[in-house]
Design a protein around this ligand. Structure first.
Ligand SMILES: [Zn+2]
Length: 319
């Protein structure tokens, strides 16, 4: 009988075909990637040349891996003497590479701190360059991301702000997944400037591992709170850490079963229409829903203290 070995071979081949390379035990998940604080979080301390290099590296990875992304702009960061044109060019790159831009206010104002009128003015001021760039690509400005995720300290302000945004044609871009990459990024950029490769490596590993924990936590909290995992929306920031390592982060997501979708697709999830009366410090929309239900979440992964400590040292006022 020669049939048996053939059957075995066929069975083996089927096994190979059916097993997905990325963790076959993970469910299929979806996430939209958003990147805030364009052209870069720490752009004031970055030369236009460094900014261009960083943006090129970040966007090349995202384009090569066909990841849809919306980048959220703080136009104030464009106005550095002698560099305005070059800085605007780095924003244009996002559109040339096929990505979309949204408004993140002109100067990164917190609605919780500056009050409604000043915040609205900051939104209008933050539209001018971005609108022109989008128009060059036959696109319109349609997404808004709250700085610090601060959506208001009281419900009346929150609702007035939402009405203002809707009247100006914006869709709010909520966030469900956030692993505080900005906190790592400041320490990482300092290590990079000093050529401390060991520290950069340590930070990158900690960032990827902490992100994995945060994703697992919010997946679980989603199920507890709304009964399923919605199409998630991840918040990242434009910085050197992401330019160098976003590929590693995308691998972490793929291993968890994630596919990458457009923000507009994610917003079609009914979760984003759920009752949400959250007010207070900016946080994930999954926390919003939990608090709205009277079930404040507990047990979030603790951010590594050593990274906080190193960040504090960097931001100590110079004598
Ligand atoms: Zn921001």
């Amino acid at each position: 009988m020669k049939l048996a070995p053939i059957l075995v071979a066929v069975a083996l081949a089927l096994c190979v075909v059916t097993a997905t390379p990325n963790a076959p035990d993970q469910p299929t998940r979806e996430v939209a990637i958003t990147i805030d604080d364009l052209p870069a979080g720490s752009s004031s301390s970055m030369s236009a040349a460094t900014l261009t290099e960083m943006t090129t590296k970040l966007l090349a990875t995202l384009r090569d891996q066909k990841i849809p992304v919306v980048g959220f702009v703080n136009e104030r960061k464009l106005y550095k003497f002698g560099e305005v044109d070059e800085r605007i060019k780095t924003l244009r790159m996002w559109l040339d590479y096929g990505f979309e831009l949204g408004n993140h206010t002109y100067s990164h104002s917190s609605l919780n701190r500056v009050g409604l009128q000043a915040w609205e003015d900051d939104i209008v001021q933050g539209e001018s360059v971005t609108k022109l760039l989008l128009a060059e690509h036959n696109m319109t400005l349609r997404y808004f991301r709250h700085p610090y995720l601060d959506t208001g300290r009281d419900l009346q302000t929150r609702r007035q702000a939402e009405a203002f945004l809707a009247a100006r044609g914006y869709s709010v871009a909520p966030v469900t997944l956030d692993a505080w990459d900005w906190m790592y990024a400041g320490v990482y950029e300092d290590a990079k400037k000093r050529g401390d490769n060991a520290l950069q490596d340590e930070l990158m590993k900690s960032y990827l591992s902490y992100s994995d924990q945060v994703f697992a936590y919010f997946e679980q909290l989603s199920k507890q709170t709304i009964g399923y995992e919605p199409k998630q929306i991840l918040l990242l920031h434009a910085n050197q850490l992401e330019a160098d390592h976003i590929g590693g982060l995308l691998d972490v997501l793929r291993k968890r079963g994630y596919h990458f979708i457009a923000l507009g697709d994610a917003l079609g999830d009914q979760a984003y229409g759920l009752p949400d009366t959250y007010v207070g410090e900016g946080t994930s929309w999954i926390d919003h829903w939990a608090v709205t239900q009277g079930k404040p979440p507990q047990g979030a992964p603790v951010f590594p203290q050593w990274v906080i400590d190193r960040s504090k040292v960097l931001h100590k006022p110079q004598p």
